[in-house]
Ligand binder design. Sequence first.
Ligand code: 1YM
Length: 648
Amino acid sequence: MSDLLENGTATQHEYNASEIQVLEGLEAVRKRPGMYIGSTSASGLHHLVYEIVDNAIDEALAGYCTEISVTINPGNSITVVDNGRGIPVDIQAQTGKPALEVVYTILHAGGKFGGGGYKVSGGLHGVGASVVNACSEWLEVRVHKNGQIYEMKFSRGKVTQAMTVIGETDHTGTEVTFQPDPEMFEELEYSYETLHRRMREQAFLNAGLKIIMTDARPGQEQTEEMCYEGGIREFVTFINDDRGTEPIHPQVIYMAGEKEDAMAEIAMQYTDSYNELIVSFANNIHTPEGGMHEEGFKRALTGVINAYGKKMKLLKDDDKLSGDDCREGLTCIISVKLTEAQFEGQTKAKLGNSEIRTLVSNVVTKALMEFLEENPSVGKAVIEKALLASQARAAARKARDSVRRKTGLESGQMSDKLQDCNERDPSLCEIYIVEGDSSAGSAIQGRDSRFQAILSMWGKMLNVEKARADKIYGNDKLYPLIVALGAGIGEEFNIEKLRYHKIIIMADADVDGSHIRTLLLTFFFRYMRPLIENGYVYSAVPPLYKLTRGRTTRVAYSDEQRDAISAELRGGNPNIKVDISRFKGLGEMDPHELWETTMDPEQRSLRRITLGDAISADKIFSVLMGEEVEPRRRWIEKNARYVENLDI
Ligand code: 1YM
């Protein structure tokens, strides 16, 4: 085997196990795409774009590329262009093929390829390019290099046009266009929103890099140029603006440092919100499950705030601010770059490198103390805010204790809103959270009471955004839910005590349903986050249509499925009448229907809620329920068609 160097020459090195992959070729990708791009649904489809863009961003990190453009073309092909050096086109000694061809046709393990590159780049040197090629009906690359334009074409991973010089050029760069393979993907339509959000995030993370996002599909034409000289500082300002939270000090605090081949940068600002928002990245990859960089940050923050408070006599000797107190209202971006990032956790979205904890902690300890000492008015505001949070937490504890005494939380007395199941092993138990008494009635009759419990929620739920923890504990809507789950709440939450390992939100497929889902997710996200992190929260998927032909009845969960089933029931005979009716709501289904379509483990479909879902819910919630009028107005205008009936 050989490593390809920047100039296209090859060096010998020992064959090792990680390169066995190379031998599998791209057929492996086509056989099991999920292993390489996660899924073949919308998320996998968008992942293709990120793989190509990542190569361009690596080139920017290496210091050679300043501009990247991403275009959704009519027909949902994608074009990505960068102004870097251009992928090497030299003939590789070992294979006798141009490097360009090797990059696009050979599946290679990360890091093994390419000698150059920035020390702390994603470090993958185009590993994704061949995967994208394998997943594309067709893919074309044009490289501007050495004054010439080289072109090469592929279909489903195979070369259809060898590398050809098609003209001359006065600049360098790479241009890739691909059409995702309809044989592989269930979803073929790109979402401008999704790509735009990701590109904006990348523009914030790579200060000064210009990213141009364009939708060229007829009727949807739009383009946006994104370039943030301030990098993650501007990211913090943007988030606070977007959420409508008001900063309590004018400037964003920025800290950065590096050690050996790792670097860390942190931008933070306190706001008047009661919630913290820490968003972390490793090598520009979002790490929603946190990890060592977040740990290092939190540890240092708590240490510095307490030490500063004591030093400035803003805290008494026996005052001690907890981590949560120190983070209330904080918006923070942490971005680290390192050579060999280890991703762990359920969704490989948690950073495991422990050396990063020390780096981040050292950077924050030093820089934050300096900042606060130079800006005593900010220091004072931060300590006062944390003290208030601490007092609220004490009040919450009191409220919780009193609730416990009054209502027997300790004795585990369940509310009459819960119809429990017989089984006691949590791993076998499910709880359906149902809105409204009529749906709850059907669910109670339709369920399998051996392992399915039903909790009915009713009326308007508490606005979690506007309430501190002390109000949450005593709330009569949330209380039955807290008791039923049995694991406590907030700092005291103990997943070991959880009584059900499937918590299923069953709400209608309409605006009100999505409202209650958003409320519940936000509550779980803020007060019972391990539920989501452990993958215990689900959303039931009720059917949308009922199709009847004679005595045959079927249900459909989407418009496409409705059309397919309707055709199937007609059996190619257009004269046969199939009756199609729309389910208006769960409350309308009889218990038997509800069991068959939505609750029977053999037939139902459940959607597992991810941390990402919860974060989006939290965001929607903050915007809709927060104090600020302007972001709410903007959000409603943008999403008007979804929120017609939403009661805010
Ligand atoms: C629109 C997608 O792929 N740009 C790109 C890729 C590479 C280079 C430059 C590059 C890298 C190196 C040297 C190096 C890649 N090169 C390779 C490999 N844009 C896009 N721009 N010269 C150019 O890493 O040393 C893989 S990707 F391996 F051939 F060097």
